[in-house]
Design a protein around this ligand. Structure first.
Ligand SMILES: [Zn+2]
Length: 464
């Protein structure tokens, strides 16, 4: 069997992966809070853990892998979005507007992630479907002294869990010094975090032993992973922005409520995404959603390829140049593999790279070698392991088969004539029409080369 090595955030080491139950793999990944379109950064963990799921399915058999990713559908941001819609005159109760918004957002999310070639997890639990299990878990934590109720809240007593901070490598006192903790009259200690909080009448709420209210964010992942995967499972994933406090709090809740289990054996965290070297933010004007990119004509497969070109534990820099290079490579590879049957298995070098802590950049480098060697069947089988080159994502590269050489000649001749006449208007007209069609125009003394970019639209050439 292929040896898989994964970097475990908990031990800060790359380790040989061994499932808790031999030949079965269980994975839990923190999913989105569903109140708006997924931005490009939200898509990175989806692609990273899709690769993990595909690798595990390849090695252990898809039927032996259980992959869970939740939807957080109870959250203050969702409430705020619904509230502002109601204030803007939208019809329906707040609860109906919330349900409408979460339903719509989940649909968008699944559509956008499918466009990136991400397979759907086996389970996609929603927080609101697990309120009873969350209440039960909180009651157990209170009964065992790890939590307490005060002023309609339930809180976790952080200092009762001696391993608190171990995952993210912080001491409780450092965390207090970092002082992002909120002091509140209902807290015994500022570090304690909310398990349950009261809801006013105009907010969604459920009856509980502590009054009508709603869960804090962290408890849902503990309750859902326990219900679906049990008290011990193999891999827990998420972005490294979730490591503290979210994952730290998940560990505390789960290990105290179910001390017989070990909760997650391996923790995997992906690094964040930047755009053209800068943090993506609305104020910098470089904020965009997955849907924005798709609508601009950047194919989902190109986005996926760009993501895979950087190792998941390194910051990923999204650039237009990378997207263009990815499109060119994929066009070439799709040309090579068109009409070919994939080899029975991916190339050993590609598989070994992916199995080495998801070294997707290394896997792509190996695929370039296969392409150079003309091993189309091996290239295709390897691509499929990475969710590339499959029929599901393929339409964009097919397009009408356009021979660009006539256009290249046309521009070259126009330029030769212009050198004589000193009238460059025809050259300029052709150049801007080619660029408008998504072609990169490369001119040299000896000729013209037109290179299709990711937004190439052959129909725009028809008028020329
Ligand atoms: Zn979570």
């Amino acid at each position: 069997m292929t040896e898989i090595k994964l970097y475990n955030s908990k031990t800060r080491k790359k380790e040989v992966f061994e499932p808790i139950i031999p030949d079965r793999v269980s994975i839990y990944v923190c999913g989105p809070t569903v109140y708006d379109r997924a931005h490009l950064g939200n898509a990175r963990p989806v692609v990273v853990f899709d690769i993990l799921n595909r690798l595990m399915s390849h090695v252990y058999g898809a039927e032996n892998v259980t992959y869970v990713r939740n939807f957080t559908d109870v959250d203050d941001k969702i409430n705020a979005t619904a509230l502002s819609r109601k204030e803007a005159g939208a019809e329906g109760t707040l609860e109906e507007l919330i349900a409408e918004r979460t339903e719509e957002t989940i649909g968008w999310y699944l559509g956008d992630m499918a466009a990136l070639g991400a397979l759907e997890p086996d389970h996609m639990p929603r927080a609101t479907q697990y309120i009873a299990q969350m209440i039960e878990m909180i009651e157990k934590l209170i009964a065992d002294g790890y939590a307490y109720a005060k002023d309609s809240h339930a809180l976790f007593r952080v200092r009762e869990f001696e391993n608190y901070g171990k995952l993210s490598g912080r001491s409780v006192d450092d965390m207090i010094a970092g002082a992002r903790v909120e002091v509140a009259p209902y807290k015994e200690d500022p570090m304690d975090f909310v398990l349950w909080k009261p809801s006013s009448d105009d907010l969604p709420g459920w009856d509980s032993p502590w009054g009508r209210g709603r869960p804090g964010w962290h408890i849902e992942c503990s309750a859902m992973s326990y219900e679906i995967l049990g008290d011990s499972f193999d891999i827990h994933g998420g972005g490294n922005d979730l490591q503290f406090p979210h994952h730290e709090n998940e560990v505390a809740q789960s290990c105290c409520a179910h001390p017989e289990g070990e909760f997650a054996r391996v923790w995997m965290h992906n690094e964040m995404l930047q755009v053209e070297g800068k943090k993506m933010s609305k104020s910098l004007g470089n904020f965009f959603t997955v849907r924005d990119l798709l609508e601009q004509g950047v194919p989902g497969e190109v986005i996926r390829f760009v993501f895979l070109s950087t190792h998941y534990r390194k910051p990923m820099d999204w650039t237009a140049k990378k997207a263009e290079e990815a499109a060119n490579t994929l066009r070439k590879w799709r040309g090579l593999t068109a009409g070919i049957e994939p080899a029975a298995s991916p190339s050993p070098a590609v598989l070994a790279a992916v199995a080495d802590d998801l070294n997707t950049a290394g896997a792509l480098a190996e695929m370039h070698k296969l392409a150079s060697a003309g091993d189309a069947a091996g290239l295709l089988a390897s691509g499929l392991l990475l969710g590339l080159l499959g029929d599901d994502l393929g339409d964009w590269a097919q397009g009408p088969d356009v021979d660009l050489s006539a256009f290249e000649t046309q521009l070259f001749e126009a330029r030769t004539a212009a050198m004589e006449s000193k009238d460059f208007s025809e050259v300029d007209r052709l150049k801007s029409a080619f660029m408008e069609a998504g072609l990169e125009v490369r001119m040299s003394k000896t000729g013209v080369k037109l290179v299709p970019g990711p937004n190439f639209d052959a129909s725009k050439l028809e008028a020329l």
